[in-house]
Design a protein around this ligand. Structure first.
Ligand code: ZN
Length: 65
């Protein structure tokens, strides 16, 4: 049983470095994209110009956190 818990902890430690963030359209607030970023880089807000289905144009998208 202890071995089982240990294995699960090991697994989550490997996974903890990567996290998902939604990219929100800065114009309408829609969550149009999801990116996977490293935990180390979560303080750096990801920004990109992407197409928004709602606005039907290229707008600036920012990470939700
Ligand atoms: Zn939009």
């Amino acid at each position: 049983m202890y071995h089982c818990i240990f294995s699960k902890n090991m697994y989550s430690e490997l996974k903890v470095d990567l996290m998902k963030q939604a990219l929100l359209c800065t114009k309408c607030g829609s969550r149009n994209y999801t990116i996977t970023i490293s935990e180390k880089h979560k303080s750096e807000r990801f920004e990109a110009k992407k197409h928004c289905k709602v606005c039907n144009e290229h707008t600036l998208h920012k990470a939700s956190i």
